[in-house]
Design a protein. Structure first.
Length: 628
């Protein structure tokens, strides 16, 4: 990349630290982890969160009209996610200011169909169209599953926003930042130069992301470097909406199972990302008020080394963002605090927080023998590479501090009486179980809503002494009766000395005499929802078509060529008389053998695939149906 590129837009667009929110305002960033089919759980969390924020806003409006203490403000400033969590972040970005009903317990079909989070993650996505063969008509096999249905769902979802009424929401900022992680298969190249050496150490960064900004309707925004301002209401062929749809598909492109996606990215998107990092040389330069034009030598060292490409765009194939960064806590945190800033962690000072929604927080360990075989080493190595790419020491250090009020976690729970290893139906079959039945996805969506309400009620809290509640001001934002109503004891301390950041209001707060469990009841476990045998014909049909396609597109010729070479090598080692007879026999049998191979060989892989899939699905259904 040309060193003439300017650092100034990056410095202005992304300051090292952001000003804290005004006193009486709490700023929130949502980080949604990779989840495969458990995106339905994350979507349920989002649905409840939007309902709770709307109810809180309505409560404050009513209080202002009555002349009562106004409570405080909450702003949702950042949405970040990976894989299925990234797709949920994209959905929330599209519909954050749209008018749609929440899917409350007992909601009818009309309500469900009007909710974009529910329709996308519960009603539309299913294994049956994913086992179709529409994608094979082009003559190439790009993924194990048919992804044409995903293209239709995303395209229809993006287009549907135009016809939905807008609902202005005070808890949304003028600029909502959206961050989707991506696994960049091409990689961003860097050259690390050393003193006294003409050569460089070459490196490639594959953990990537794409940024979008969402403005309030009717408000214009100028894009920052490496950011795209999303136009949700433009014409059908609007470029930013097409890019947004492609990015949503790319962050969720689970390797092998789902199709990789290629995006066109400006080279400038990557210009100074390496400089916007804690402890970077840029921070020292800004502190010392150094001149940044012309570009200093240290800044030129931060530019990617694109091997002669100085401007324009680059074609980048992407797969699942969770392969490199499955819980992008640091990306969301930097968006809130600035790339060299920090969020206050003490309970009496906290004014910003990152909330992680993680459907799969449980520990996963690879079991290996003391002297492992080659077959066991290969999958363990693949898993180790992914896990190491995801590991972040800075997140571990903060998680160990019990008094940290700048990050919180929402994870699946069915209560202390649940003894099964996972609390969501999607947790079986490596996270793919939810795709197999709508009943599984419905359960996870409703459990997400229940867990989110419990989180807001009991865990997403701050000490009463925090300035957010204004208890020490002449005109408190919270009255004594408010404290008596909402105060909770954090983590079983016994003393109700904490107040909720998002108080539950309206329907979400129990009416007199109402049990809290009646508001968002525990959904019935969806046992008996799937007959595994019903999927076998679809699995067999796709396996047969895909195998035949691979065979006809070159695999068959390679296998037959390998067989001929093996026969020829065998013949060469025989005596003259045997060689002559063998070659004559082979000439007579060659065409018959080839016809037999063409008829029989393509049927072997589908039988193996169907047998393995049947066994895995039967085992997963049996485990789910017997869970307690």
């Amino acid at each position: 990349m040309s060193s003439s590129v300017s650092l100034d837009p990056w410095v202005k667009g992304y300051p090292p630290s952001r000003e804290p929110p005004p006193v009486g305002t709490f700023e929130l960033g949502l980080c949604m982890a990779g989840a495969v089919s458990a995106g339905a759980y994350t979507a349920g969390v989002l649905d409840l969160l939007i309902e709770a924020l709307d109810a809180f806003a309505q409560e404050k409006q009513s209080r202002r009209q009555r002349g009562e203490p106004p409570l405080h403000e909450v702003t949702l400033s950042v949405l970040g996610g990976a894989s299925a969590g990234g797709m949920c972040a994209a959905l929330a970005a599209l519909f954050c200011d749209a008018e749609f009903p929440p899917v409350t317990p007992g909601a009818d079909d009309v309500t469900k169909a009007a909710n974009p989070l529910y329709t996308a993650w519960v009603q539309k996505i299913d294994i049956r169209p994913l086992l179709g063969v529409s994608d094979l008509s082009g003559g190439a096999l790009r993924s194990a599953l048919d992804c044409t249905v995903l293209d239709r769902i995303v395209a229809d979802t993006v287009t549907s926003r135009q016809s939905m009424p807008t609902r202005p929401r005070a808890w949304l900022p003028d600029r909502l930042e959206v961050l989707l992680t991506l696994a960049n298969l091409r990689g961003v190249p860097y050259a690390l130069r050393f003193q006294g050496a003409a050569l460089s150490h070459l490196m490639s960064l594959h953990a990537d992301h794409i940024r979008f900004a969402v403005a309030r309707e009717g408000m214009g925004l100028a894009a920052r470097p490496d950011e795209v301002v999303l136009d949700r209401f433009g014409p059908d062929l609007n470029r930013t909406r097409e890019l947004f749809a492609a990015a949503a598909l790319a962050t969720g492109a689970f390797p092998i199972a789902l199709r990789a996606r290629t995006l066109t990215r400006p080279l400038e998107d990557y210009a100074f990302r390496a400089a916007l990092h804690p402890r970077s040389r840029l921070f020292e330069a800004l502190e010392a008020q150094e001149q940044l034009e012309p570009l200093p030598e240290w800044a030129r060292e931060c530019l990617p080394d694109w091997s002669g490409i100085t401007s324009g765009t680059v074609q980048v194939p992407y797969v699942d963002g969770g392969a490199m960064d499955n819980e992008p806590l640091e990306l969301v945190r930097r968006a809130l605090a600035g790339w060299n800033g920090s969020n206050a962690r003490r309970g009496d000072l906290a004014n910003r927080a990152v909330v992680l929604v993680d459907p799969f927080p449980e520990r996963k360990e690879t079991a290996l023998d003391a002297d492992p075989s080659l077959l066991s080493i290969l999958p363990a190595l693949f898993g180790a590479l992914i896990n190491n790419a995801r590991f972040k020491a800075e997140d571990l250090a903060l998680a160990a501090a019990p008094d940290t009020y700048s990050r919180f976690l929402i994870a699946p729970s069915r209560g202390p009486g649940w003894s099964a290893p996972v609390a969501i139906a999607s947790g079986y079959l490596g996270g793919f179980m939810g795709f197999l039945a709508e009943a599984y996805r419905h359960h996870d969506f409703m459990l997400g809503r229940r867990n989110a309400r419990s989180f807001l009620r009991r865990h997403f809290v701050l000490p009463i002494s925090n300035p957010l509640f204004g208890r020490k001001e002449l005109t408190p934002r919270w009255s004594d009766s408010d404290v008596a109503r909402w105060a909770v004891a954090r983590e079983g301390s016994g003393t109700p000395d904490h107040l909720p950041i998002i108080p539950l209001c309206g329907r979400l707060w129990p009416a007199p005499g109402q049990n809290e469990d009646e508001i968002e009841p525990l959904p019935a476990w969806p046992r008996g929802a799937l007959d595994p045998a019903s999927l076998t014909p679809l699995i067999r049909a796709r396996a047969e078509r895909a195998t035949r396609l691979l065979y006809d597109r070159g695999a068959g010729a390679q296998l037959k060529g390998l067989l001929r070479r093996m026969v020829e090598d065998w013949i060469k080692q025989r005596s003259w008389l045997v060689r002559t007879a063998s070659r004559l026999a082979w000439c007579l049998l060659d065409s018959r053998v080839e016809r037999t191979i063409d008829a029989k060989l393509p049927n072997i892989p589908p039988r193996f695939i169907v047998e393995q899939a049947e066994r895995a699905i039967h085992d997963a259904v049996r485990a789910l149906d017997t869970a307690r």
